[in-house]
Design a protein around this ligand. Structure first.
Ligand SMILES: [Zn+2]
Length: 92
């Protein structure tokens, strides 16, 4: 298996792990409409490892940009304990 292929499988597994939902807004999307977002942005030292990567819809990914995820979620959607829990559990 080449690395391009394993990368593709890894992305697919990660999206399926979250049931093809955007972790931020919680809506369901087609696999191909989900992007992978760095929870801690690369610009803030976030690594490209599974625990720092989550599926996000294009809208949330763009809106979040390099904001801290909690700040982005709370200012955009208000406090949602379930979504925050899902994220905290994945990134710990
Ligand atoms: Zn979203």
């Amino acid at each position: 298996m080449n690395s391009q292929m394993s990368k593709k499988l890894w992305r697919k597994a990660l999206k399926e792990h979250f049931d093809c939902t955007c972790v931020y807004c919680g809506e369901s999307f087609e696999l191909s409409n989900l992007t992978l977002d760095h929870v801690i942005p690369r610009s803030a030292g976030g690594e490209t490892i599974a625990s720092n990567i989550v599926p996000a819809c294009q809208k949330c990914n763009q809106k979040k940009a390099s904001k801290p995820y909690l700040e982005f979620m709370r200012t955009t959607f208000g406090v949602n304990r379930l979504r925050e829990y899902v994220l905290a559990k994945h990134t710990q």
